[in-house]
Every structure is written in structure tokens, then in C-alpha cells.
Design a protein around this ligand. Structure first.
Ligand SMILES: Nc1ncnc2c1ncn2[C@@H]1O[C@H](COP(=O)(O)OP(=O)(O)OP(=O)(O)O)[C@@H](O)[C@H]1O
Ligand SMILES: [Mg+2]
Length: 509
């Protein structure tokens, strides 16, 4: 077993101080050949920073890193890559216009007589992908393939050198279930070849499906290292947050308390559709109601939400808000009707990295009140401070550039951006991607409270237990249509799963 061997990589006593934030404090990590090792911890625990120190993005303030018995001090990602440490980041940084083969070899094309040897490049690229058992045409532009394949290409690129350590920082957050399985297949093959794989995720199911060992980080420190098989989920969560987890039922209670207060219909959509994307859907949202939208990726959930927000134009059907017919053909129309939309897509949704937490937070509100009517600085500061407190955003101050927050905390700021506009209907499309388990519950509890005060919420999440816990009512979508509706009380995981998978009698309940 792994224990009999020497670690291929060992980090000890790593420190890293940012202005006002001690990101790493005696952090450490051991990786053995032939293991998948998951790094877990709450948002801001220091996971990404540890990886960046290891891969030469940041210089540590202290500590040692030993690779195969030799001390290393990588000065750049290239340096780390040359040493055999390859990294795949969450956002695939490849060029969609170039071919798959070119993407694998960018910056190090094979040459022959001083010229790029295109044939050798294609052959080697095809070989690499065969090794991962990924069937793609290496001559085609990368952009023609789905995100999961692009991620595999990023891995193939990482493997091109003699990598011994492969690091993946939240690689699965935008993959669907099938794509995750493909990725895991690749990771298992690489593990068999003796590679040490470090994997960062917030999904407990994935952790237990793939890991041999787990290192838990808390407040910049290594809390402990465990064999996955020896650590129960509850124990793991405990170690991440440093306290007993008793919030399980909070969401359910919040939903129960809300049930009585469902008001009249806020929005009614009749037969909204979009050719090739969404079959006609009817949807009603009451005031003070939290409606869950469940289904697989591509089932039509996001497409429905985008029509309601005017992000895409419907080519049929009608929408009424508070009883009046409205045309929602642009997001501006939707915002004017009091509709907000927060999606998982941090990059597109636009965290503007050089701007501060405060500036990012007031953007949507500013757009709503009109750009010519500047919100007074005092008011901005107050809003920012309030939301930092309410959502537990971990930041040195409200003037810190959002780019220096951890991924999960950036996502919280984007959610706050929409909440600050006090929408009457808030559409949440995977709002908690990249947010740790504990913070997720807190956020949904906070949102439930807003709901009790009369806000309507349309909630989309791939994590079924989360949707089940908080929804008053739930609509299941499959193959671009709504295929079932459940009220609270009728909601149980098995029947919903059946509906999602398409083996049911849940129709039209
Ligand atoms: N470039 C930076 N400048 C200043 N502070 C930073 C910088 N990068 C990270 N930090 C801070 O260091 C701490 C650790 O952040 P890190 O990104 O490592 O967390 P994480 O564990 O990856 O969290 P998440 O799960 O949200 O991605 C956070 O408080 C963050 O705000
Ligand atoms: Mg991170």
C-alpha cells in the first residue's frame, strides 16, 4: 500500500502572508505515488494558495518543499511543470480557435530541421489522448468540444511532460454527472500508472468516490490527514468547520415556516418556448415561494431561467408579472420588473477583479437606480458591510480587490450584488457552486428568510438534497420539458430521482 513508500512530494511548515491576511500558517501536505488525494476545507481555508505556492505562482514566506527527496523552490508554473508538477485550473486556459493538438503543444511544438513538425505533433497528441481513452479528432478546433473534453485536453497537456504530480483545483464544478465520471476514469488510469494526484473539491460525494486520502485544511493550517475509508462524512465536515454539524434541519424548518405565507401569484409564464432549446413550459411563482427546478444539466433548467430573465428571447408564449402582460426581451426589462438573476458563471457574470468588494457589490443596484444617480459612498459602505456580515464573506476589508478573495467568497459577493437590488423575484442558477458545505446552508437559510418576507425564488441546483431541503414546490425537467411537479410533503428523493431519470409516474402531480 501507499504507506510503505516514500512520499513523492512533501510540504512542511508553509507560511504565506498577504496584506492583512495570513493565508497559510504551518500548512503542509504529503503526496504518495499512485494515490488520489483530496484537499478539503472551507472557503478561504488556503487550498488554492497552497497550490499556488507549490506551483510557483506565489513565493512562500517560509517552509520547505521536497520532491523525490530534493528540496525545490519553483519560481513559476513553467518551473514547476519542468520539475514534474502539472496543474489544471478550474477555468480552462486554452485557445478555443486552435486545434486540439496545437493546444496540447502550445509553447513547445515539436520541431524538425528548425520547423514545427505538425505531423509529429498530431501523432503525439493522438497518442496522449488514447492513453486517457478520450476519442477526439486532434485536428479539430478545441472550441467545438464540450467543456469536459476541453478539461481532458488540459490534462493531456499537463501530462505531456514527465509529470509525476498532477494537481486539479475544483476541476468538476462545471461538469455534469457523466462528464465527472469520464474525468474520474482518466484519474483512475493515471493513478494506476503511479501518478500522485491532488484534487480540490467541495463535493463530498466526489471526494468519497475517488480519494484514497484526504487532507483537511482549516484557517491556513493542516488540520489532519486521513485515509478516506476511515473518515465518515460527518467527521470530515466536523474537521473542516471545527464544530458539530447540526444545521441539517435548519433549511427544512425555514421552508415549513414559510409555507403558510405563500401569497398571490407574482409571475405566470404560459407556454414559453425556444426552438431547439425548450419545449413550451408553464410556470407559476407565488410571492414568498421558493420553487426548485431540478433536472440534469441540459434538461432545460437554465434555458427556462434565461427566458424569464430576458437573457434569451422566447419565440412563443407569454409572461405576466403581477397580473400584467410583460415583454421580457432583455435583462433590462426583467430588472425593471424586479427580477434578479445570479448564475454560477463567475467569469461571465463578471466579477470585475481589480475592483473592490464594495464596488463589485453595488454594480447591479447602481444599474437599477440609474447610472446618473450615484449611490452615496456612505450608503455603499453600509451595504457592503451588511452583506459581508450577512453572507459571511471572508475578506480583509470591503475595499479589498475582489480578485484577492478565495473563489467561494467571490461567488458570495456576486450573490450579494443581486440581493442588494432587493428583487421581487430572484433566480438562482447554481448560486452555491464553489461554496463550502457549511456556507451553502447558511446562504440558503438567509435566502429562505428573504423568501419569508415575500421574495419569490426560483432555485436551480444539481445537488438534489439541497433543492429538496429548501423548496416549497419543485418542478422536474427532463429533455427540455417540464415533466413533473411536487409539493412539499410529496417530495422524496427517490421519486424525484426517478422523475429526473425518466422512469416515473410523477407526471402532472
Ligand atoms: N492574491 C491574494 N491577495 C490577498 N489575499 C489573498 C490572495 N489570495 C488569497 N488570499 C486570501 O487568502 C485566504 C485563502 O484563500 P484561498 O484562495 O487559498 O482559499 P481556498 O481554500 O482556495 O477557498 P475556496 O474554497 O473559496 O476556493 C483568503 O482569506 C483569501 O482572501
Ligand atoms: Mg480556491
Amino acid at each position: 500500500m501507499v504507506d510503505a513508500q516514500q512520499p513523492v512530494l512533501e510540504l512542511t511548515g508553509i507560511h504565506k502572508q498577504f496584506p492583512g491576511v495570513k493565508a497559510l500558517n504551518e500548512a503542509g501536505l504529503r503526496l504518495f505515488p499512485g494515490e488520489v488525494h483530496t484537499l478539503m476545507g472551507q472557503n478561504g481555508a488556503g487550498k488554492s494558495t497552497l497550490i499556488k505556492v507549490l506551483t510557483g505562482v506565489y513565493r512562500p514566506d517560509g517552509g520547505s518543499m521536497v520532491l523525490n527527496g530534493r528540496a525545490i523552490r519553483p519560481r513559476s508554473t513553467q518551473d514547476a511543470q519542468d520539475l514534474g508538477i502539472s496543474t489544471v485550473y478550474q477555468e480552462v486556459n486554452l485557445c478555443p480557435n486552435l486545434s486540439v493538438a496545437e493546444n496540447i503543444f502550445i509553447g513547445r511544438y515539436p520541431r524538425r530541421f528548425g520547423m514545427v513538425d505538425w505531423r509529429a505533433m498530431r501523432r503525439q497528441a493522438a497518442e496522449l489522448l488514447r492513453r486517457l481513452q478520450i476519442g477526439v479528432d486532434v485536428g479539430k478546433p478545441l472550441g467545438e468540444y464540450p467543456l469536459a473534453i476541453q478539461q481532458m485536453v488540459a490534462i493531456a497537456r499537463a501530462l505531456n511532460t514527465d509529470a509525476r504530480v498532477l494537481i486539479l483545483d475544483e476541476p468538476t464544478s462545471s461538469l455534469d454527472e457523466a462528464e465527472v465520471q469520464t474525468l474520474f476514469g482518466v484519474l483512475r488510469r493515471l493513478r494506476e500508472e503511479g501518478m500522485a494526484i491532488l484534487f480540490v473539491t467541495h463535493f463530498l460525494d466526489q471526494t468519497y468516490a475517488i480519494s484514497d486520502r484526504i487532507t483537511v485544511m482549516r484557517n491556513g493550517e493542516r488540520e489532519g490527514e486521513y485515509f478516506c475509508a476511515d473518515l465518515s462524512r460527518l467527521a470530515l465536515v466536523n474537521k473542516m468547520i471545527g464544530a458539530a454539524e447540526d444545521a441539517e434541519d435548519a433549511g427544512a424548518q425555514a421552508a415549513a415556516g414559510r409555507q403558510a405565507q405563500r401569497g398571490d401569484v407574482f409571475l405566470r409564464a404560459r407556454g414559453i418556448a425556444r426552438k431547439g432549446v425548450l419545449a413550451p413550459v408553464d410556470l407559476e411563482l407565488h410571492r414568498g415561494e421558493l420553487l426548485g427546478l431540478a433536472g440534469l444539466l441540459g434538461s432545460g433548467r437554465t434555458e427556462t431561467a434565461r427566458l424569464l430573465f430576458g437573457a434569451d428571447r422566447a419565440d412563443g408564449g407569454s409572461i405576466a408579472v403581477e397580473g400584467r402582460q410583460v415583454g421580457l426581451s432583455t435583462p433590462r426589462d426583467a430588472i425593471a420588473q424586479g427580477i434578479g438573476f445570479c448564475s454560477e458563471d463567475r467569469k461571465h457574470e463578471g466579477a470585475i477583479l481589480p475592483l473592490s468588494v464594495r464596488e463589485n457589490l453595488i454594480l447591479a443596484l447602481q444599474a437599477r437606480v440609474g447610472l446618473w444617480r450615484a449611490i452615496p459612498l456612505k450608503r455603499q459602505q453600509q451595504l457592503a458591510n451588511d452583506y459581508v456580515g450577512w453572507l459571511g464573506i471572508k475578506t480583509a476589508s470591503i475595499e479589498t480587490p475582489i480578485g484577492s478573495l478565495s473563489g467561494g467568497n467571490q461567488q458570495k459577493v456576486l450573490l450579494a450584488r443581486w440581493l442588494a437590488t432587493e428583487p421581487k423575484l430572484m433566480i438562482l442558477d447554481e448560486p452555491t457552486r464553489g461554496i463550502d458545505v457549511r456556507a451553502k446552508q447558511e446562504i440558503m437559510d438567509y435566502v429562505s428568510k428573504l423568501c419569508r418576507k415575500g421574495m419569490s425564488i426560483l432555485f436551480i441546483s444539481s445537488e438534489l438534497p439541497e433543492v429538496l431541503r429548501v423548496s416549497d414546490r419543485m418542478v422536474v425537467m427532463r429533455d427540455r420539458k417540464a415533466c413533473g411537479e411536487y409539493r412539499r410533503g410529496e417530495l422524496d428523493e427517490t421519486s424525484v430521482l426517478r422523475a429526473i431519470a425518466g422512469e416515473t409516474a410523477g407526471e402532472g402531480a
